[in-house]
Design a protein around this ligand. Structure first.
Ligand code: G6P
Length: 606
């Protein structure tokens, strides 16, 4: 995790870097720091805690600098203390480093360097890089970094400064993301697009192994130290897209953006009421070759995969396994050239998902990614890419990325089905007609939040909350429970409602909060019976219902009626009140909604 921002140009480097780090806060927030060179002298200032601590400290410094590196940390090696914060310096203080990623062989390197007489002050893996570069340093920072990188194993994006070369900034990317932004007055490098957006929309997505030497302009070297040209791309997102625009938090802004996000997501997939996935389309022959599908992802994206599995099996009859990425690659999955591997990743940078993609490719699978970040690592490595087009998602808890991931998987499944005659044109038309009404229906839910706020007030002091549902509703409550856990820190567990009586119902007592989702007509009576079982044991039920579950209107504590849609599309609606409940509960508890403790938005370590 972590985020880095580096700048060299004619502007005040401190401001550019701090503004960039503010936009990367979702990547980590247990400490932050900068190194800035002012008049040949390098100042390094770092503080544990939130970025605001560093900003307060910087007020006491009068630094006039046009070159610097900055870092926001999510600890992987060493506690979040001032000393372990980045930047890290070489023993002589000449070299300064910021690092996002993990150096796997840092212990061996550290032992060797200690034997050679170097010492270490932090317990991080990063300090080893600073010391190693200084060991190779002989007046030429580029040469020293190129030598040092040959000793490093792991994933890293680096920003490097040397006080002895005050006009030079070197950045390097190996597995961890790093984007080079080109502005009229200099270069800015950051871990993610929002950190650069204020200054430029022109970027180069650095490739693995790329090193950027920013001395006179910039020169890019590949991993064999050859100078290479990389294409400049224009980013379509604006700075407004990545700012709060009057909302109190990014999470609520992103929840409320879902009508637009779903419309945007559909815009380039359904044209004139016909599915058209452009370059990501599969031909009939390609689809008929597929005899097994794996959907692989982490966290919320993995839960979107549950719905994807349902859709593919329902519409295409191809067997699907939905797998957690960190498990997939070590589980000896059965993959061959007839396997389709669908990766789902908001950021397109999640290390486990990227590793799963590579594992799949190694065994001959066709790969397609559903991602929100065009140009991300997984996007570039997958055979085909389907873009969620949700716009930047900044809050750590994923909301609009989830609904657009579900939508994208749904459309892909329908495309497979129509091309292989598994679904009639008439049926497809009916479904597409319902799909295009979803943004309006989401808006209706967003206009009806009072009752959700009331329930949030009531559950905020509970230690445990249960979520129940059957079939697609079960998949939906898994995501609902995760949202509540992430932002309210309440223990929330999801259960297949029919399974409750085999154990979990023992936990239900008077006033236990239970969120029950009941939308699936085929099994509605069964679901209602399961909900009645917990109500009769005293549970305070918040029932999120579709049509034909009026029976719960009387018996549940809160009855929340969703707009009508077809069963298979309900997950896109049911999750909205679940997201809102999580958000308002977090607010009631006075927690940091956008940056929940211990979590990071983009997990680029395995
Ligand atoms: C982190 C985030 C989750 C996210 C998961 C996968 O754990 O906190 O919200 O679902 O990573 O991220 P991805 O970018 O691959 O969708």
């Amino acid at each position: 995790m972590c985020g880095i921002v580096c700048y060299k140009g004619s502007l005040d480097a401190k401001n550019v870097i701090i503004e960039g780090l503010e936009r990367l806060e979702y990547r980590g927030y247990d400490s932050a720091g900068v190194s800035l060179i002012d008049n040949g002298k390098m100042e390094t200032i770092k503080r544990s805690g939130k970025l605001s601590n560093l900003k307060d400290t910087l007020k006491d410094y009068k630094i006039n600098s046009n070159i610097g590196i900055g870092h926001i940390r999510w600890a992987t090696h060493g506690a979040p203390t001032d000393i372990n914060s980045h930047p890290h310096l070489s023993n002589d203080g000449n070299i300064s480093i910021v690092h996002n990623g993990i150096i796997e062989n840092f212990k061996e390197l550290k032992d060797e360097l200690i034997e050679e007489g170097y010492h270490f002050v932090s317990s991080t893996d990063t300090e080893v890089i600073a010391v190693l570069i200084s060991k190779y340093y002989n007046g030429d920072l580029l040469e020293a970094v190129q030598k040092a990188r040959k000793d490093l194993k792991g994933s890293y994006a680096l920003g490097v400064l040397a006080q002895s070369e005050p006009d030079r900034l070197i950045c390097l990317r190996e597995e961890s993301p790093l984007i080079l932004g080109i502005t009229d007055n200099g270069v800015i490098l950051g871990s993610d697009i929002p950190s650069l957006l204020k200054y430029t929309n022109n970027v180069i997505y650095l490739e693995n192994g790329d090193l950027v030497d920013c001395k006179n302009g910039y020169t890019i070297y590949d991993s064999n130290d050859n100078v290479v040209d990389r294409e400049i791309k224009e980013i379509k997102w604006s700075l407004e897209d990545a700012s709060k625009e009057g909302y109190d938090h990014f999470m609520i802004k992103e929840i409320f953006e879902q009508p637009k996000a779903i419309s945007d997501c559909l815009r380039n997939k359904v044209i004139d009421k016909k599915i058209d996935l452009g370059d990501a389309s599969f031909s009939k022959e390609e689809i008929e070759k597929i005899n097994r599908i794996y959907i692989v992802a982490c966290g919320t994206a993995n839960y979107a995969g549950n719905i994807g599995k349902y859709c593919f099996e329902k519409f295409t009859q191809i067997p699907v396994t939905n797998e957690i990425a960190s498990e997939f690659r070590y589980a000896d999955p059965i993959i061959d050239e007839n396997t389709l591997l669908i990766l789902v990743s908001q950021s397109g940078e999640t290390a486990d998902t990227l590793a799963a993609l590579r594992e799949g490719k190694k065994h001959g699978a066709t790969t397609v990614v559903v991602t929100n970040v065009v140009g991300s690592s997984i996007d570039r490595e997958a055979d085909k890419s389907i873009y969620c087009l949700a716009g930047p998602e900044i809050a750590v808890a994923s909301t609009k990325a989830y609904t657009t991931q579900v939508m994208s998987l749904y459309i892909l499944a329908l495309d497979f089905a129509i091309k292989t005659n598994k679904i009639s044109q008439e049926k497809l038309d009916d479904i597409l007609n319902e799909i295009i009404k979803l943004p309006q229906k989401i808006q209706e839910i967003l206009d009806n939040t009072d009752i959700i706020k009331k329930y949030a007030k009531e559950i905020k002091d509970y230690e445990s909350v249960f979520y129940i549902g059957r079939g697609l509703d079960y998949y939906s409550v898994i995501e609902g429970a995760l949202k509540l856990k992430e932002v309210s820190y309440i223990h929330a567990e999801s259960f297949a409602a029919g399974e409750l009586k085999h154990g979990t119902i023992a936990l239900i007592e008077k006033d236990t909060p239970v969120i029950a989702v009941a939308t699936q007509e085929k099994i509605i009576d069964k679901t209602i019976s399961n909900v009645e079982e917990v109500i009769s044991r005293g549970a305070k039920v918040f029932a999120i219902c579709g049509k034909s579950c009026e029976k719960l209107e009387e018996s549940s504590y809160i009855y929340y009626r969703l707009p009508d849609t077809i069963d298979s599309l309900y997950p896109i609606l049911t999750v909205i009140p679940e997201q809102l409940l999580a958000y308002y509960t977090s607010l009631e508890k006075g927690l940091d909604v956008d940056k929940p403790r211990n979590l990071a938005k983009s997990v680029t370590v395995e």
